[in-house]
Write a protein that binds this ligand. Structure first.
Ligand code: ZN
Length: 330
């Protein structure tokens, strides 16, 4: 098949080329239509829209799929603990609890897969729930392009939605054995998972060479609860760092209300060689990019870059309460 239409064509180093009138030949070659040798052919199909590469979604919750767009339904404008926690308790946690049921979970994963594929998403990294059976089902049903996490929760959450802690290692080992690195160790967020359970998850990641993921600094009241009530004197990022979560190629969602020292903690977690290995580029290219950033910001090191960058971002961005509009995930 030969398809003609506007094309978004990613190239190296994060740039994207836009071809207003392009062609993808049957062998996958991409041309400007004006330069396409077969432009007189009659079997060229016109695309219905912009032609893009497939997408990977690196932060998505499978059990929230049935209620997407409705996380804040019925939640007051300014509840005591913030809208994030209120929305979780009212809408999200009840939806997640339904994945205790095997048949419901299969239906949920089937629908998730159909919908994400229909939007061009062919893989990514997803949260499941506290139920080991649900994580197994998702990993079995989804293609290998998806990684899925058994969610760790054991505090500040409903009694009906907590891990079977006495069997956590058994369940996690089973997932690691059956699915390898497609199992991603998944801390729900520091509000709902204590340090002891988080460290047990980190030990599994260490043993099997798995990645970790969690949420970080999504809303101010959540951040205040962590830093003033649960872990007084520690930063939100510092809590994860102290428990070892940042040591396993962690994926941090949101990262909205970050302070400079927290950004520095995340940056420290990535040695140049690790960055190079992970991005499949050379050590020298990492240095080259870093140098360009330093020149642009007129700074001499990572710490100064973080401080300068933070100062450059508009105050409105830092002060975003995140409480007047629904989040796409939580
Ligand atoms: Zn989320």
């Amino acid at each position: 098949m030969i398809v003609r239409g506007p094309i978004l064509w990613p190239s190296d180093h994060g740039t994207v080329r836009y071809i207003a009138d392009g062609v993808i030949d049957s062998d996958g070659s991409i041309f400007e239509f004006a330069n396409f040798p077969g432009r007189d052919r009659v079997d060229i199909r016109r695309s219905d829209g912009v032609i893009c590469p497939p997408f990977f979604d690196n932060h998505i919750h499978i059990p929230q799929h049935p209620i997407r767009g409705h996380f804040m339904d019925g939640v007051d404008a300014n509840p005591a603990g913030g809208r994030l926690i209120a929305g979780l308790n009212r809408n999200v946690f009840p939806a997640e609890s339904r994945c205790a049921d095997v048949d419901y979970t299969k239906q949920c994963v089937t629908e998730f897969l159909r919908e994400t594929r229909s939007k061009g998403v062919i893989g990514g990294i997803a949260y499941m729930t506290v139920h080991a059976s649900a994580a197994h089902i998702a990993l079995e049903m989804l293609p290998a392009t998806w990684s899925v996490g058994l969610v760790m929760m054991n505090q500040n959450c409903p009694e009906y939605l907590r891990n079977d802690e006495s069997n956590f290692e058994r369940d996690a080992q089973s997932l690691a054995r059956d699915f390898g690195e497609r199992y991603i160790v998944t801390d729900r967020f520091a509000v709902a998972c204590d340090s002891q359970l988080r460290r047990r998850g980190v030990a599994i990641a260490q043993q099997h060479g798995l990645r970790t993921q969690t949420h970080l600094n999504e809303q101010l009241k959540e951040k205040q609860f962590i830093e003033q009530t649960l872990y007084p004197g520690q930063s939100y990022t510092g809590v994860y760092e102290a428990d070892g979560l940042l040591d396993h190629q962690a994926i941090m969602a949101h990262c909205i209300h970050m302070k400079p020292d927290e950004l520095e903690l995340l940056a420290e977690g990535q040695l140049y060689k690790e960055i190079a290995d992970r991005m499949n580029i050379s050590y020298s290219v990492v240095h080259k990019h870093q140098h360009k950033i330093f020149v642009k910001l007129r700074v001499g090191n990572r710490t100064e870059a973080v401080v300068k960058w933070t100062a450059l971002v508009p105050n409105s961005w830092h002060q975003d309460q995140g409480q007047s509009r629904p989040r796409t995930c939580s």
